[in-house]
Design a protein around this ligand. Structure first.
Ligand SMILES: [Cu+2]
Length: 364
């Protein structure tokens, strides 16, 4: 009975995200207000240091509406890379060393072992059913012990489990190897229901990332998803930009409830827990755009907080940092560039009604 209750509860929870979009079209103004516009404002208001770049990002998206900045144009995703594919049954293609190892472990070790054992047991069952059926075997044997068989059926499973345990534990160890000192740190904060990416090594600015809506869902002049942004429900207005081929130290936390930062094609998943800082290393081998989603049921719009990671060659990453008003490690904390960045942000902000509205909120 308890099990039945739990099942019903689970179904209810699973249906919640499905109900959310059905409600979305009617209370459109309410949905639009807390999600895309008002939400970045409290973030900008919390820390003075992040206020300028956040406003900068807002101003940039209000401009040509493709998320580009001076010296940076968002990369066009390659179809089938870093995203799910139609009728896909396997894991996504992997773009990190850990992912390649894990996919090899699954496809070359686990799947063959599972298949062989299943077929072997099925064969034994069929053999017993046919060979020892009542009509063919009217007087069953009374044998109860066979030392040789008992040793074999104890030892063989132990050896199989040991054979699986070694590469499995190796994978766990690889995944939780601490990042080297020179790794680039990105602190990821989960919010209901969007992501914030902070770059403590690069001036501490925060990128606020919201899911892009479809053209039919936005008002005139508002930014909507195009093919350059990525697939529907995965594309975001501001991506998490990182360097490719360089170790990245990912730290996750959350501001409200537990979220989980997960990107399948990078074999990366790390829970974001309020009041805690989780850490894991990530190394992306190739430049590209890799999509993921929040993977911890975090509320009504859990299904609408996608993740887009854009890995750039290091020099292009440096250009992006500059465009965001940040600094590269070793550079002088740029007092001078920060001021123009804030100034340029302020000008379009005044012109753009969206940014102006966001700027007005912290004032009161
Ligand atoms: Cu979430």
């Amino acid at each position: 009975m308890n099990v039945l209750k739990k099942l019903i509860l689970l179904f209810g929870l699973a249906a919640m995200p499905a109900i959310a979009p059905a409600q979305a079209p009617n209370p459109a103004p309410q949905v639009a207000a807390p999600e895309a516009k008002a939400v970045p404002a409290p973030v900008a208001a919390t820390t003075a240091a992040t206020a300028a770049p956040a406003a900068d990002a807002k101003a940039a998206t209000a401009g040509p509406d493709d998320g580009s900045l001076p010296g940076y144009t968002p990369m066009k995703p390659t179809p089938g890379v870093g995203m799910p594919v139609d009728r896909g049954v396997d894991f996504q293609d992997q773009y990190s060393a850990n992912g390649e190892y894990a996919k090899w472990l699954n496809n070359s070790i686990l799947l063959p072992i599972i298949t062989i054992i299943s077929l072997f047991v099925l064969g034994l069952l069929l053999f017993v059913v046919v060979r020892f059926r009542r009509s063919a075997n009217p007087n069953p044997s009374k044998t109860t012990h066979n030392t040789f068989i008992e040793i074999v059926w104890t030892l063989v499973p132990v050896l199989i489990l040991l054979g699986i345990a070694y590469p499995s534990l190796t994978l766990v160890a690889k995944q939780f190897k601490p990042a080297p000192k020179e790794a680039v740190t990105v602190k990821i904060t989960g919010y209901q229901w969007y992501w914030g990416y902070t770059y403590p090594d690069h001036g501490g600015f925060e990128v606020v990332s919201n899911m892009l809506k479809e053209q039919s869902q936005v008002g005139p002049g508002e930014r909507y998803r195009t093919e350059n942004d990525g697939p529907s429900h995965l594309a975001v207005d501001a991506r998490m930009v990182v360097p490719a081929g360089v170790p990245i130290r990912i730290q996750t936390t959350a501001a409200d409830v537990i979220h989980s930062f997960a990107v399948p094609s990078l074999w990366f998943k790390l829970d974001a827990v309020p009041g805690r800082l989780n850490e894991k290393q990530l190394l992306i081998e190739k430049p590209g755009v890799y999509f993921g989603q929040c993977s911890e049921l975090c509320g009504a719009r859990h299904g609408y907080m996608p993740i887009a990671v854009e890995a750039l060659p290091p020099e292009k990453f440096a250009a992006w940092i500059k465009a965001k008003g940040g600094t590269m490690p070793g550079e002088k904390p740029a007092e001078a560039p920060a001021a123009p960045a804030a100034a340029t942000a302020a000008a379009p902000a005044a012109a753009a009604p969206v940014a102006a509205a966001a700027a007005a909120v912290p004032a009161k």
